[in-house]
Design a binder for this molecule. Sequence first.
Ligand code: CA
Length: 231
Amino acid sequence: MASPLILVVEDEPAVRDMIGLTLEQAGYAWIAAGDVTEARCRLADARPDLVLLDWMLPGQHSGLDFARQMRREELTRDLPVILLTARDAEDDKIRGLDVGADDYVTKPFSPRELLARIKALLRRAGQADDEAVISMGGLTLDATSHRVLARDENVALGPTEFKLLSFFIHHPDRVYSRDQLLDRVWGSNIYIDDRTVDVHVRRLRKALSPHGCDRLIQTVRGVGYRFSEQE
Ligand code: CA
């Protein structure tokens, strides 16, 4: 298998070199861009498996803008994105996840932490929960083609939302706590805030709501979430 290709969008040369070295040592291939314009050029001639995206970039567009743009475009819609941020305010993290980043790493980070996040996200993005096509409550999920249909209309989902929906649809009518969902969907070795679950559930509902399917994902107060056709 070819080594995964990572696009690093970071304007500070020292940080970029540190990340590049870390990636090389872990066996990843990487390409770099110093701002959003350059990143767009890289994306025009390469298909990276993941993007490491600095929040604060020079030029007209921030990393946050770029994450948002990538989610809107067909080619990059499913591309896993990790935001690199110097901000560790909780609201900012949530904002980053809200625009479509799959995860974030707060600077300064250790190479080990960065690699753990990359590995977890690549695994999540590349993992098909089940080969079969499964339908429930008007939704059809095809793990092979990585597509979700709501009454024959395509539902655009990011990789994490896809995994989450896949887990739910394979385990209906059962309540899962945020911790259980983190373990089952994100993997047990990853250290993330369980509020991350809420963010992705919110995004999944938002994607399903134009199709009237958001009601399938139910909040069970004080416990967690359940996927069910029953009210
Ligand atoms: Ca920067």
